[in-house]
Design a protein around this ligand. Sequence first.
Ligand code: CU
Length: 148
Amino acid sequence: MMKRLLLSALLGLAACGGPQTPATVTTADAWCRPTPNGARAGACYLTLTASADDRLVGAATSRAGEIQIHEMTTDNGVMKMGEMTDGLPLSQGEAVALEPGGVHLMLIGLTGPLVAGETVPLTLRFDKAPEVVVQAAVRQATGGHAGH
Ligand SMILES: [Cu+2]
């Protein structure tokens, strides 16, 4: 009897990293583009890595009425952006970068301009992992495409 209990405890340990482990998502390099005075919308970017297959389903901030997950696409040479209404899929262990010219968090209905040097709190919601609060630094883009 004791032996069987011990064995199942060991099996439980061995399963760590498998589907029984609570999913978590880590974030890196969270930043937002400064906005001109009077702008009603702004964009924020970061890199997400999920410990298990997951999905970014939404985000919120005290600095704007809502956040949408947007994707930039090029259609006949014209840049467009649209809301990813099903969220952003995250594959286990794969770093997914939200960056200018690609997927971004669109802050809509800003309470005020985003000023370089300050931070913006972002609450990220996932399908499985617990929500994550990250402080995004407001700064100019360091390279890559100009977004919007
Ligand atoms: Cu957008």
